[in-house]
Design a binder for this molecule. Structure first.
Ligand code: SF4
Length: 363
């Protein structure tokens, strides 16, 4: 079997051999309202690897399952299938101490920086608390650490911000405080769930640059969740594209944005405002209708079938195969069968149809 995991593994050497945080076959099901099929797979069989000093972006529209994935990785939701591994050990969060330690190592940055900060507390309070808790610093040491954190997120001079309340800060400044608070725990992994989507366009790049600087300086493993594939290209080493709870394409940021293979990835790129993303691969550009609840299928077949202009009868009845287009670049689509020269790894499990090797065996 070949490896079908999405990862931010570096192409060259790394300081640590294995991933810092890994998800193995994660699934999360929710019971949905009457009149629907009953159970919705919010995410289905997701495996990803996060490596130190690397950024893995998960890209998709609302409802793709990317935020559910972040909550599972943060330990805020319990998976219905699969497990997490932290530095090679299976994560068990039943015990309070283990959960607290996991939450320290794996920090989350939220979409809404105002909601994530307590309005009745100052910036100093938000930063002193985790420094006391996780670094056991007091007095001058504590004060120095808080000032250093503010400097790291470019809120200088630090004294100017210490006594301010969240409502006295701009959205960008609040998100900087949120990042500083996450760094105060001395984490190894940052899970950033749409960290710039609620900010002014003018400061989004500054916050992304801040995350980029933190991962480089502190060798953090970063999961960057976004609906904006242009920002993923800017920040990430690798990109995973999700649709209806499944990974539909994965590869290096360069490959996924310059040679998008899956029709959904092409849709995301054609919708992107970044003209640089309109690269050489423009032959399959098309207009696709917006997502509807009914597109989130629980029956066999491709979940994108209701929106895809390339769909055929097979797409409606059989799960599409994962096709390896080049090393590490994969997409899940019947239309790609025969376009590459690599082995097809997954069979159409629900239909029971085995898929052979491209070029040597007919599908
Ligand atoms: Fe479109 Fe079919 Fe490919 Fe799904 S499997 S993306 S419906 S061509």
């Amino acid at each position: 079997m070949q490896d079908n995991r999405a990862s931010s593994a570096p192409m060259t050497g790394t300081k640590r051999d294995g991933p810092l945080l890994a998800a193995r076959g994660l699934g999360k099901q929710y019971r949905i309202a009457r009149g629907h099929a009953g159970i919705l797979d919010a995410i289905n069989n997701i495996s990803i690897d996060l490596y130190e000093g690397r950024v893995l972006a998960v890209v998709g529209e609302s409802g793709s399952g990317k935020s559910t994935l972040a909550k599972l990785l943060a330990g805020r939701e319990v998976p219905t299938a699969g497990h997490l591994e932290l530095e090679g050990s299976v994560v068990t969060l039943q015990h309070r101490h283990a959960y607290q330690e996991y939450k320290r190592v794996v920090q989350m940055i939220f979409q809404d920086p105002f909601a994530s900060l307590n309005p009745v507390h100052t910036v100093a309070y938000h930063l002193e608390r985790p420094v006391k808790l996780h670094q056991a610093k007091r007095g001058e040491e504590l004060s120095d650490e808080v000032q250093d954190l503010l400097t790291q997120v470019k809120l200088t001079p630090a004294e100017q911000y210490l006594k301010k309340y969240p409502h006295e800060l701009s959205g960008g400044q609040r998100q900087r405080v949120s990042i500083a608070r996450a760094l105060a725990a001395k984490p190894k992994v940052l899970l950033a769930d749409e960290p710039v989507s609620m900010l002014d366009v003018s400061i989004r790049l500054e916050i992304l640059a801040l995350l980029d600087d933190a991962r480089t300086r502190l060798a953090l493993a970063v999961l960057y969740i976004t609906h904006d594939i242009a920002s993923a290209r800017y920040l990430a080493d690798e990109i995973v594209v999700m649709y209806a709870g499944k990974v539909v394409e994965q590869g290096t940021a360069e490959e996924v944005t310059q040679s998008p293979a899956h029709p959904y990835t092409q849709l995301l790129i054609s919708s992107s405002p970044d003209p640089d993303l309109i690269g050489s691969h423009s032959d399959h550009r098309f207009k696709v209708p917006p997502a509807r609840t009914a597109d989130i299928r629980v029956s066999p077949g491709c979940p994108f079938v209701g929106r895809c202009p390339l769909a055929n009868a097979q797409c409606r009845t059989s799960d599409p195969p994962s096709v390896e287009l080049s090393h590490g670049h994969r997409a899940t689509c019947w239309h790609l069968l025969g376009t590459g020269d690599k082995e097809i790894r997954e069979s159409s499990s629900r239909s029971g149809k085995e898929v052979g090797t491209i070029g040597t065996e007919s599908a």
